[in-house]
Ligand binder design. Structure first.
Ligand code: NAP
Ligand code: GDD
Length: 351
């Protein structure tokens, strides 16, 4: 052992995994991360943050318990940040069983490995505002009953409870972060904010001429991902494990996000938006607003980047990337590898 604290991040290749890895490296941790053996590697976020050479990668899949056990044995972590999941709500309607296996039971595989290998390891579970579901009371705090509205949320509800069960039953330091939506230029392209910021940048530069969207009336509490990963770390530094809402306490509709994004490039959004039924979900969460007062009181955490700045950060970064691309520059970035969603063959999710 080097004397440094060890952290294991499941899902280090995702948005939060990459930002959290950077945050923990800056704090002096030795950082380990699990990744899936894909036919084509997916390390662009770690490369974009210039930390690819500084982290230690371990192949593991949540569907494969031995690989999870091995990841914990190899990394000997003080803290495990369990972020890996099938995290896209729409895909959970297309692949409900895979989502349950990965996003639900996958958490038990990690907790069981911790219980057997070293029950002193501290565990963070990536819980979510999706647990509150549709037509729920707002603002949502830690005491509002959950009412999941998607296979994803049902799988996350299971993980939320299994985390509490291991905390109470086995005395494991296991905390749930109930994080509301958080976005950034490293957000996956399927999610609506990045889909919009990327399309707005392309439209402004004449590479594309429309965006197809689903329910633009849905409202979300959108924060800035690099700030949210700090809350994960803070939760594991407390005296006792607990559950915390992390949010901004403000909601905006998808429509307002679109309007603000187009304003940045001086275009009128009405000229470019089309509705496409394929992006409607069988059930959709209408309104999420998080009350983060417990996190502010106990963790000293509060959000700094607000909605307008978030939209600006995302659109400007996608503009910069496409401008560089037009000049023939290559750098770690996901967009050019994405097939246009219009060409992907799926049925409407609604019957
Ligand atoms: P993300 O970008 O989709 O990253 C998900 C990660 O999970 C990726 O590293 C992915 O690996 C990995 N993964 C997927 N299936 C796996 C499997 N079978 N075995 C091992 N790893 C697997 O998600 P995110 O936005 O960073 O979110 C992190 C976590 O927080 C997720 O659990 C998400 O559900 C939860 N959450 C997110 C938000 C949000 O607004 N971002 C809010 C609340 C909760 P590949 O790179 O190989 O695909
Ligand atoms: N993705 C997407 N694509 N969403 C669209 C579109 C579209 O074309 N058009 C409208 N929307 C609406 C969705 O119906 C939803 O109401 C809202 O935009 C946000 O969708 P996403 O960005 O896909 O995020 P999400 O809220 O469903 O889920 C994200 O946040 C959760 C926390 O509340 C994910 O990161 C989850 O993993 C996370 O738990």
């Amino acid at each position: 052992m080097t004397g440094k604290k060890h952290a294991l991040i499941t899902g280090i290749t995702g948005q939060d995994g990459a930002y959290l890895a950077k945050f923990l490296l800056d704090k002096g941790y030795k950082v380990f991360g699990t990744y899936r053996r894909l036919s084509t590697p997916n390390f662009w976020r770690l490369q974009a943050l210039n930390i690819f050479e500084k982290i230690n990668l371990i192949p593991a899949d949540l569907l494969d318990a031995p690989s999870v056990i091995e990841a914990i044995e190899i990394s000997e972590p003080d803290e495990v940040y369990h972020l890996a999941a099938q995290s896209f709500v729409a895909a959970s309607f297309e692949q409900p069983i895979g989502t349950a296996e990965i996003t639900g039971i996958g958490t038990t595989r990690v907790l069981e490995a911790i219980r057997h290998i070293n029950s002193k390891i501290r565990f963070y579970q990536a819980s979510t505002s999706e647990l509150y579901g549709r037509r729920n009371t707002v603002p949502q705090n830690e005491n509002i009953p959950f009412s999941p509205s998607s296979p994803y949320a049902a799988a996350k509800l299971y993980s939320y409870w299994i985390t509490k069960i291991y905390r109470e039953g086995y005395n494991i330091f296991a905390s749930n972060g109930i994080l509301f939506n958080h976005e950034s230029p490293l957000r996956g392209m399927e999610f609506v904010t990045r889909k919009v910021s990327n399309a707005v940048a392309k439209i402004a530069l004449g590479i594309e001429n429309s965006i197809e969207l689903g329910n633009i009336e849905a409202q979300r509490d959108w924060g800035y991902a690099p700030e949210y990963v700090e809350s994960m770390w803070l939760m594991l530094q407390q005296e006792k494990p607990d559950d915390y809402v992390i949010a901004t306490n403000e909601a905006h509709s998808v429509k307002i996000f679109v309007e603000e994004a187009f304003k940045i490039v001086n275009l009128d959004w009405h000229d470019y938006i089309k509705q496409d039924e394929r992006f409607l979900r069988p059930l959709d969460v209408d309104l999420l607003i998080g009350d983060y007062s417990k996190a502010k009181r106990d963790l000293g955490w509060e959000p700094k980047i607000r909605f307008d700045s978030l939209v600006e950060i995302m659109v400007k970064e996608d503009l910069r990337r496409w401008e560089r691309w037009l000049k023939g520059e290559h750098f770690p970035w996901d967009a050019p590898s994405y097939q246009s969603e219009a060409k992907i063959l799926t049925r409407s999710l609604r019957v």
